[in-house]
Design a protein. Sequence first.
Length: 146
Amino acid sequence: MLQTSFAPYGMPDPFADMRRMQRDMNRMFEGFGTTPRDGQPAINFWAGQDSIVLTAELPGLSQDDIELTVKDGIVTLSGHYPEPQTGEDATWHRRERPQGRFSRSIELPFRIAPDRVEARFANGVLTVEMQRPEEDKPKRIEIKSS
């Protein structure tokens, strides 16, 4: 069913259904075998009943090179990979390591308690654990017999 039109001609858009199908397919395969864009840190992200855990590989960075924020259900990891120091007469033969600024934002699957977020950085891996507020955790309801 064509619902859009070529403005300003009022003609049906013959590609609307194809774009809609492509969006649906992209959504369906989102997260399968994804790899970060060049210069973006690799991230693992999972959620349990009580918390969300995010790990990010940040080799070569120090704790001071990283910034982590949580706002409105989105966690943002940003930082800066330093420029490699080379001599003025150096010629690059391969340059694969990231450099410059990066930023990754991820939407959280549920609300978290901002005062219960803990981040640790060791051996080039950042681990962030974000707790669900007590009032949002699923609670077991006892069923009484009548």
